[in-house]
Design a protein around this ligand. Structure first.
Ligand code: ADP
Length: 626
């Protein structure tokens, strides 16, 4: 017999489990059942192509035995079993050490999430046990092994006798204390309830010998005890049941257990399809953004079952990236059981299913926009960003599909509106869909560039996310209406008379603007009179495809290539500062140079950009104050 030590990380986790930060001790039942069911899945899968297994579908079962006198909880399965090596690898350490990093920031709900998600399920046995024994014989192996541990820092493995393939796990429960009654897990009704609660959909029977009593035959008040083997779970997976048999609560409960979320999902979609593809699907949209959703670690995908047997845990091909937030599963008879991952990617049936699911999800979201606006807004807060990336990504391949799901904050409505709603409110003379970009709604609201557009009574969409403007540029237009930034060089908002007036004034001051432009070096392309300012003296706008905001976003990205927008410094001809500039041009050109610089920097600050030389700026202001 060999004594081995748990790997350091496993030890830490074990300690945490035993000291029970994790208060939902009862979950060990679910974890052990789920492992047993996975092991049976594997052997059943084998049995379909390998006659030597010698078991039929109905032969597979999980058995729970409660031994009150010995304080033992025993769970047995006739699944695939483990070899010596697997026993050592699987139960001797934890697969994913990432779980521990995450756990250090833990709170209770996160703990619940971690169990299982990172493969620490088996360890939950130590929350309730003082000694855990695993006896197992792998399919295809002649020797059985016994793994044993008190869960402190070591375990032993030795050979043992077992007459069949499978695994038996024996938990010797801890002694009861004032606060913790471990013996509750020896009560058959308690276990019966736990199985119903957590493992009802397990597709193999979970059997338990229950002690019952009955009236003795031929007597009127004499009772006798007898043992009856009961199947505790209903086995029919929820997605195979009829919709009218199920309540929202059933769907939510299943979601929380299956996808390790502790909040109810925002919505579920239960799909039973027949026709070009036959399948059942159960899809969910979570209420909250998963903590790793917008990171590289997040893996999209749906569970894929072939006629009730799990063939892939995260089938990415079933979901487009723009709907990667959807969780759920698909069960189809059309898919071959022993299909390989590579073949699956090219499977025609799978492609049809994926297309259908995408349509269903889109329809459901559209339904929310029209009928359950509040819910859609909640959804949009969590996942709207993903839709906007979706419009932009793949060179806009999905933009038409997604454009009606987008929402932006409206200056008029002071809430999120769709593009359709915006366009439906446009007046006849309004040519463009106006938008403004900035860090926050409040900041955008105060941008000088928005003044004139608002004054004309036009609605403005406020874009606060980096990707927003890129997404709109990708869309180019909506219902033939072009998008126009309020900071665009050619705002095109004036009447012909106004245009004439500005032109004349510009001509008059041409030399002064050239002088200012010269003094500002290469920082800006032009200085000119503004058609859009009302009360503010200056602002920065841009010409061409690249806006000032896009310059900011692109330059913040981690690469060496820097881009530069063609910036324009616009001056308000109605502002007293304009007259001041004119008089300086006549009397004091040096001072005009200082003014130009200060005004340019002011415009940058208003735009939320950083200024190159804040010390110089501050000195110039002080100089002017004297
Ligand atoms: P997870 O199930 O999340 O992978 P566990 O710690 O619960 O993590 O189990 C670790 C591994 O041990 C499993 O992946 C499986 O390979 C093996 N295992 C656990 N229980 C059994 C069992 N009853 N039969 C066969 N293998 C098992």
């Amino acid at each position: 017999m060999e004594t081995k030590h748990f790997k350091a990380e496993s030890k830490r986790l074990l300690e945490m489990m035993i000291n029970s930060i994790y208060t939902h001790k009862e979950i060990f039942v679910r974890e052990l059942i789920s492992n047993a069911s996975d092991a049976i899945d594997k052997l059943y899968f084998k049995s379909l192509t390998d006659d030597k297994v010698g078991l039929k579908r109905e032969d597979f079962a999980i058995t729970i035995t409660l031994d009150k006198d010995a304080r033992k909880f025993i769970i047995t399965d006739n699944g695939i079993g483990m070899t010596n090596e697997e026993l050592d690898n699987n139960l001797g350490m934890i697969a994913n050490s990432g779980s521990l990093d995450f756990k250090s920031k833990n709170n209770l709900e996160d703990d619940v999430n971690i169990i299982g998600q990172f493969g620490v399920g088996f360890y939950s046995a130590f929350m309730v046990s003082k000694l855990v024994t695993v006896r197992t014989k792998a399919y295809g192996s002649d020797i059985a092994y016994e793994w044993q541990s008190e869960g402190i820092d070591s375990y032993t493995i030795k050979e043992c006798d077992m007459d069949r393939v499978g695994t038996e796990i024996i938990l010797e429960l801890k002694d009861d204390t004032e606060d913790e009654k471990y013996s509750e897990f020896l009560e058959q009704y308690r276990i019966q309830n736990l199985v119903k609660k957590y493992s009802d959909y397990i597709r193999f029977p979970i059997k338990m010998d229950m002690q019952k009593s009955r009236l003795k035959e031929g007597t009127e008040n004499e009772y006798e005890d007898y043992t009856e083997t009961v199947t505790l779970n209903s086995m029919v997976p929820i997605w195979r049941k009829n919709k009218n048999e199920l309540t929202d609560e059933d769907y939510n409960k299943f979601y929380k257990e299956k996808f390790y979320d502790y909040t109810d999902p925002l919505l579920h979609m239960h799909i039973k399809a027949e026709g070009s593809a036959t399948y059942n699907a159960l899809l969910y949209i979570p209420s909250n953004t998963p903590f790793d959703y917008y990171s590289k670690e997040y893996e999209k995908g749906l569970q894929l079952y072939s006629n009730g047997v799990l063939i892939m845990d995260k089938c990415a091909d079933l979901l487009p990236d723009h709907f990667s937030f959807v969780k759920g599963l698909v069960d189809s008879e059309d898919l071959s059981l022993n299909i390989s991952r590579e073949m699956l990617q090219h499977d025609r049936q799978l492609k049809i299913i994926a297309k259908n699911l995408e349509k269903t999800i889109k329809n459901e979201l559209t339904r929310l926009i029209n009928n359950e606006r509040e819910k859609y807004e909640k959804f949009y807060k969590s996942f709207g960003l993903q839709l906007k990336f979706g419009v932009y990504n793949e060179f806009g391949a999905n933009k038409d599909n997604l454009k009606d799901l987008l929402m932006f904050h409206s200056s008029k409505e002071n809430k999120l509106v769709t593009l359709e709603e915006y366009v439906s409110r446009m007046t006849e003379e309004q040519k463009y869909i106006y938008y403004a970009t900035g860090e926050s709604i409040t900041r955008i609201d105060h941008l000088p560039q928005t003044e004139m557009v608002k004054d004309r009574g036009y609605e403005i969409l406020y874009l606060t996310e980096n990707v927003d403007e890129f997404a709109l540029k990708m869309l180019m237009n909506y219902n033939e209406k072009q998008f126009k930034s309020v900071s665009a060089g050619d705002l095109d908002i004036d009447t012909p008379e106004e245009k004439e007036e500005i032109k004349a004034k510009s001509e008059e001051n041409k030399e002064m603007f050239e002088f200012m432009q010269d003094k500002l070096g290469g920082k800006i392309k032009t200085v000119r009179l503004s058609q859009r300012l009302k009360s503010h003296p200056v602002c920065i706008t841009s010409e061409g495809e690249l806006s000032v905001e896009m310059e900011k976003v692109l330059n913040a990205m981690p690469n060496d290539q820097k881009v530069k927008a063609d910036k324009i410094l616009e001056i308000n001809p109605e502002h007293p500062i304009f007259e001041k500039l004119r008089s300086l041009y006549q009397a004091d050109k040096d001072k005009l140079a200082v003014y130009s610089d200060v005004l340019y920097n002011q415009a940058l600050l208003i735009e939320g950009m950083s200024i190159e030389d804040p010390v110089d700026f501050s000195n110039k202001i002080s100089e002017l104050m004297l």
